[in-house]
Structures are given as C-alpha cells and as structure tokens.
Design a protein around this ligand. Structure first.
Ligand code: HEC
Ligand code: HEC
Ligand code: HEC
Ligand code: HEC
Length: 235
C-alpha cells in the first residue's frame, strides 16, 4: 500500500463521525453536572422545573388541572402523554423512560436546556483543568459541536409552545394541556422567561474558560450581575 496512513486516518475519521453522532445525543442525568456546578444545581432545585414530576402526582395542582380539564385525582406520573415534557430526554438515548425511570433525569433538569451532556461535559473538565493550570482558554464552538446548546429557544419551545395554534413549527402530539386559551398566564415569552432566574437558576460568575461564539444573547447581562458561587469536581 502506498499510503497506509491515508486509510487509517480515513477509518479513524469515519469512526469519529459515527461515534460523534451517537455521543452527542446521549443524556447523562444531572448528577454529573451538579457535582461540578454546585451553586447552579442548588438554585435549580427550588425552581418549578425541578418539581415538574410532582405536578403529575394525584392531588397536586388540583385547581390548575381542573381548569385544564384534567382529573386532579389521577396519577399522571406514568402517562406517556404527560411525562415527556416533565423529564429530561424522554425516550432518547440515556434519557428518562417509563420502563426504567431514573431519578437524575426525572424533572426538567440541566440537559433539557443545555443539551445532552455525555460529550461536552468531558470538555468542561479538561478545559477547566487547562485554564486553572495556565489560563489557557478554549472556544465555545467546540462545545456547540459536541451538542451543547447556546440558544435555548428551540428547546424551550418544544415543551412550552407544543400545542395547536401556537405558531411553533415543530408542533406534534402529545400537546401541553396548559395553553393561553386555558389561562393567559401560560403564554410563553422566551425573552422574558429566560431572564427569570427563579425559573432557570441563579447565575454565578464564570472564570472565562470558554470564549467566542456561539454566546447566548444575554450571557454578558447575566455575568455582569452574577454571584460568586461554589464549584466542585466530579471525582
Ligand atoms: C468536571 C467538572 C464539570 C462537569 C462534570 C460539567 N462541567 Fe460545566 N463547566 C466546568 C468548567 C470548569 C467550566 C468553565 C467554568 C468557568 O469558566 O468558570 C464549565 C462551564 C459550563 C458552562 C458555561 C459555558 C460558557 O458559555 O462559558 C455551562 C452552561 C455548563 N458548564 C453546564 C454544564 C452542564 C449542563 C453539565 C452536565 C451535562 C456540565 N456543565 C458538566 C466543569 C464541569
Ligand atoms: C422538557 C420540557 C421543558 C423545557 C425544555 C423547558 N421547560 Fe419551562 N417548564 C416546563 C414544565 C413542565 C413547567 C411546569 C413545571 C411544574 O410546575 O410542574 C415549566 C415551567 C416554566 C416556568 C415557570 C412558569 C411559572 O408559572 O412560574 C418558566 C418561566 C419556564 N418554564 C421557562 C422556560 C424557558 C425559558 C425554557 C428554555 C430555556 C424552558 N422553560 C424549558 C417544561 C419545560
Ligand atoms: C408538550 C409538553 C407538555 C405535555 C405533553 C404536558 N405538559 Fe404539563 N406542562 C408543560 C409546560 C410547558 C408547563 C408550564 C406551563 C406554564 O406555567 O407556562 C406545564 C405545567 C403543568 C402543570 C402545572 C400547571 C400550573 O399552573 O402550575 C401541571 C399540573 C401539568 N403540567 C400536568 C400535566 C399533565 C397531567 C399532562 C398530561 C395530561 C401534561 N402536563 C402534559 C408541558 C407539557
Ligand atoms: C430551564 C433552563 C435551564 C435549566 C433547567 C438549567 N439551566 Fe443552566 N443556564 C440556563 C441559561 C438560560 C443560562 C445562561 C447562559 C449564558 O449566560 O450563557 C444558564 C447558565 C448556566 C451556567 C453558566 C454560569 C451561570 O450560572 O450562568 C452553568 C454552569 C449552568 N447553567 C449549569 C446548569 C446546571 C448544572 C443545571 C442543572 C442542575 C442547569 N444549568 C439547568 C438555563 C437552564
């Protein structure tokens, strides 16, 4: 063979593409994120998203359910028409399933907004260590290529605007029962809601390990008023 390396490189590249696609979509559960991002995890714990599974239990949110023509005495925690929007990665690789419910993917957690993390979280670890050692920064683009979401809006829409007539192009059953027709307060306004740190989590100061685009549209606003948080490690 004249160029044995060419074949080896091509095979390696192909493998990288194949495994890259698989890995980019794998959910891991919030335990992995929370061990490093302690402050965000603790703050998230008191949001409505963190309690989303409780709302599916009988006798919870009875008035809201009745108004939306649901049965307040019914247990909806195993109902496939409900669970999908109250957990992480329903029926996706590594995500929540009814057959194998995992407490770290129950509720609307980190990966529902930031993207399935099996691939990018390893980059956080490595880049974080490099930055600590020598202040070497890393491009956000690498994280985006590994499946981290820096735009959020489409992920939110998939749960909040998934009902007939919402105008969102991805609409498909099962729909959310809580629409503006039921009560105006269920009208989803991305730019307003995403600024609500009581619904996302409080924001904490980053050291600046990751740089460049894609950067979330309110990243600088959030960081300008961010608190000093507590970090951790996953080992
Ligand atoms: C081994 C520890 C570790 C794990 C596990 C980890 N991260 Fe990170 N993450 C970091 C470090 C370090 C940074 C850089 C922080 C800085 O610059 O101050 C970071 C940065 C981030 C950022 C900010 C990126 C930006 O725009 O600058 C987000 C969002 C984030 N992590 C979310 C997550 C989520 C979600 C998970 C779970 C899927 C996760 N992380 C898992 C250590 C970790
Ligand atoms: C996996 C589905 C899902 C995703 C993704 C999601 N949400 Fe939610 N969201 C919910 C559910 C379910 C609730 C209600 C939780 C409960 O009370 O049981 C909720 C509640 C909220 C609330 C609180 C409403 C209130 O009445 O206080 C806000 C604000 C919100 N979401 C904004 C967002 C934004 C902004 C995004 C994207 C960055 C987002 N959500 C992503 C499912 C989702
Ligand atoms: C397409 C996604 C989706 C599906 C399917 C879905 N939900 Fe939700 N659910 C949401 C979102 C988004 C919210 C938050 C609405 C808001 O506050 O603006 C929510 C909120 C709720 C709330 C809290 C309402 C309140 O006023 O506090 C309850 C209870 C609830 N859902 C129960 C259910 C039940 C029961 C089912 C199945 C019959 C179901 N959901 C199916 C997305 C969904
Ligand atoms: C409902 C959506 C949502 C959920 C759930 C969520 N986040 Fe975030 N997160 C955001 C948004 C929006 C930002 C702002 C992004 C930016 O400024 O670049 C953010 C920013 C961050 C940052 C950057 C520093 C900061 O505090 O702003 C880290 C780290 C982070 N989130 C970790 C987590 C972890 C860990 C979890 C789960 C315990 C989690 N997030 C759950 C929406 C969410």
């Amino acid at each position: 063979m004249r160029h044995p390396m060419t074949f080896a490189l091509a095979a390696a590249a192909m493998l990288a593409v194949l495994s890259g696609n698989v890995l980019a979509d794998k959910f891991e559960g919030r335990k992995k994120c929370s061990s490093c991002h302690k402050s965000q995890a603790e703050s998230w714990g008191s949001t409505a998203h963190a309690k989303a599974m409780d709302s599916l239990k009988p006798k919870t949110k009875a008035a809201a359910k009745t108004k939306a023509k649901l049965d307040p005495n019914k247990d909806y925690t195993k109902d496939k028409d409900c669970v999908g929007c109250h957990v992480d990665g329903f029926n996706k690789e590594g995500g929540y399933t009814l057959a194998d419910p995992n407490k770290f993917t129950a509720a609307v957690g980190c990966e529902s907004c930031h993207g399935p993390g099996s691939k990018y979280r390893g980059m956080h670890r490595k880049s974080g260590a490099d930055f600590e050692k020598s202040k070497k920064t890393a491009p956000r683009q690498g994280l985006a290529d590994a499946g981290q979401d820096f735009h959020f809006e489409e992920s939110c829409n998939a749960c909040h605007l998934n009902y007939e007539g919402s105008g969102w192009k991805g609409v498909k059953k099962p729909y959310t029962p809580f629409t503006p027709q039921v009560d105006k307060k269920y009208t989803f306004d991305f730019k307003k809601y995403v600024r609500d740190s009581k619904a996302m989590h409080e924001h904490y100061k980053l050291d600046g390990t990751f740089v460049g685009e894609p950067m979330f549209m309110f990243h600088k606003d959030f960081q300008a008023v961010a608190k000093v948080g507590e970090k951790g490690s996953d080992d």
